[in-house]
Design a protein around this ligand. Sequence first.
Ligand code: GLN
Length: 340
Amino acid sequence: MKQTVQVIRILCIGFACLFASQSYAAELPDAKTIQAAVDKAYKDYKTLAEGANADYIPALAKVDPNLYGIALVTADGKLYKAGDLATEVSIQSISKVFTMAKVINESGVNSIYDNMGVDATGQVFNSIVAIEQNQGAEMNPLVNPGAIATTSMVKGGDGKAVWDSILNYYSDFAGRQLSVLDDIYQSEAATNQRNQALAMLMKAYGHIEGNALEATDIYTRQCSVGVNAKDLAVMAATLANGGKNPISGKTLVKAEDVPEILAVMATAGLYDDAGKWLYKTGLPAKSGVGGGIIAVSPGKFGVAVISPPLDPAGNSVRAQKAIADISNALGGNPYQIIPH
Ligand code: GLN
């Protein structure tokens, strides 16, 4: 009798340990449920006609506003999609995440922290006031001044070598060779005097070591890289998978450095609307004025939507709605835990 009680006790402790060691974040649902969530978000917002294309870069105003594509790639590399996955738009500010990742990979997490900082500005992405508040510090790599300073930190010698290594790094994230959309680059390069001014101020305050105008030009090129929704989803899934591209198997950032990248995306990825976004979804994300948004559910998936019309903060209207619905349907919010 005593022995039976002992066996039962051991079994109970065993089961308790088994459950205690389980994650209390819900697992991703099955493939059918994921595809259904993607299809529903596509259908629900296909005819939504809110927002407007960015037009301060003239070529962006000419992009088809009806373009709409959704891609979700799980952390183990499975693709779910709806709509247009072929058409490329310019990556724009989403590129800032991957240049930050490159600098962190080359120079460590403190390099970013110690230069432009990792605090939200609460200002628009090309704010001059945000620089003036703290002489170019206490901001982050996802607003233009911090992003141009981040680009200036990329190692590689001359401008051409730096640019080649940035483009190759983005291509490794996407899992295919990417290239610049030349009409977008020419259009932005002809009209980027404000970014040049931001860069010169950052130089004046000691946040850019080399040539500030060359850094602005490389930054303009990085913003003009063409991507489709699948490329962006694979890039996001690489961050969801701890820095390793789940399709190519290539490690692009050390797993221990990914939390810092996601933290900056969470606090500043959607600019001055980052708080609202985080409140609704809990997801680190990044938008671009080309109409793309990526979001990362750590350990689960990367998701991307392309739809050019933007809200006043510069974030794609359809992309925000579609990603929020998909993630909430799949339990993507990392703060959502099943209680013990
Ligand atoms: N290339 C754009 C700029 O510098 C990027 C801005 C964005 O996507 N928010 O203004």
